[in-house]
Design a protein around this ligand. Structure first.
Ligand code: SF4
Ligand code: SF4
Length: 86
């Protein structure tokens, strides 16, 4: 049981620490990413400003990444291996 909980908490931490990262030079500001975000995050604006999406509400669902026609967005998991080592 404890082992299962540990795996679950690691999975959740991966979701929590991962975020979407834009490559603004490639963005054409089409807005398809924002249109496809199920919770209404203005992904286009983040791409324009070159800011990672660190909004805690982000579901890390990857819909914005999948629909971007210019491959501007990628999902970056941070601290995953730091957590795994500990
Ligand atoms: S879908 Fe891609 S190219 Fe279009 S606004 Fe979003 S990040 Fe930019
Ligand atoms: S990963 Fe999902 S919830 Fe997060 S910004 Fe992209 S579409 Fe929205």
């Amino acid at each position: 049981m404890a082992h299962r909980l540990s795996n679950e908490s690691r999975r959740l931490r991966t979701l929590i620490t991962g975020h979407v990262v834009p490559e603004p030079e490639r963005c054409i500001q089409c807005g398809i990413c924002s249109f496809n975000c199920p919770i209404g995050i203005d992904v286009r604006l983040h791409a324009w400003l070159g800011e990672d999406i660190e909004d805690p509400a982000c579901l890390t669902c990857g819909e914005c990444i999948e629909h971007c026609p210019r491959a501007v967005l990628r999902f970056e998991v941070t601290d995953l291996f730091v957590g795994a080592k500990g």
